[in-house]
Write a protein that binds this ligand. Sequence first.
Ligand code: TRP
Length: 329
Amino acid sequence: MSSETVVSGMRPTGPLHLGNYFGALKTWLELQEETDCYFFIADWHALTTGYEEPEELGKNSREVLIDWLAAGLDPEKCVIFKQSDVPEHAELHLLLEMLTPESWLKRNPTYKAAREELGKNKTNNVGFLSYPVLQTADVLAHRGTKVPVGKDQKPHLEMGREIVRRFNHLYDADLPEMKALIRQTPQLQGLDGRKMSKSYKNCIYLSDSPTVREEKIMSAQTDSGPEPGARLPEEGPVANLFTLLELFGDNDVLSDYEEQYRAGEIQYGYMKQDIAAAMNSSLEEFDERRNELEESPKELNEILTSGCEKARASAASTLDIVREKMGLV
Ligand code: TRP
């Protein structure tokens, strides 16, 4: 076992799509085999932008948990919990806020970008400004050293390191600085060739039925077809079909279609049928486990209860240090 401690979370904004699977979950599945891992449903983080719509939060958290478990995240191998079950994260957030300069938060590039995108009214709450401090608390609570995230999260991890450094400096402590583990995965796009995202309605969800997945693939955007001698596309919807085939299909089928594309003879309809079939057969086991979990609310509760206990114990030992260093004895 390596001495790294991995911590990561996902905001429960809806069921997981294939982009989430290949972008994040797949890395988590590998990490749980290698080292101590804490994976949590970041429901407080979801509230920083979704506080006006609390109705879906509980349901979304449950969907995310089922997706994780069906994909193979294993409570015997890693600690799985819900952020809001562990009040120590909130306490640490509060304490870290004491030493975090306001200017660091205001210059945070993801904060600025979100204000542009979501509007100033929607993002003028203190909780949203403080998002990276909460994220830092999430990681530091478990003395996390490695944080698998998408590259958009890099500024938050940088700020986390600065906050920990400031803490260590102010209080003569040696809490670990976290490092981002940025994933290098094939860029899977949505059905229209744009980033796969719930708000673009271009997603294939893990929880889609085989029929729905097939319908979605069959309706994916293409083009009028290549000329003979064409080079394989590097981006756009057709490139994305090749990525899907690469992720789910076998190599022979992939090179066959690449050949046909270069020869200007490809028929996207056939290619799509092969993609759908390969995808559905890869996800067969996932589908089975997901259906079982849907019927097992008791098991889901037990997993969260036991994850909560472990996460609270881990965070409590960090809080002992932090409280003591900050004079709270
Ligand atoms: N902000 C992360 C995201 O949107 C989710 C998250 C919350 C997280 N807390 C975290 C990720 C702690 C890593 C570590 O992807």
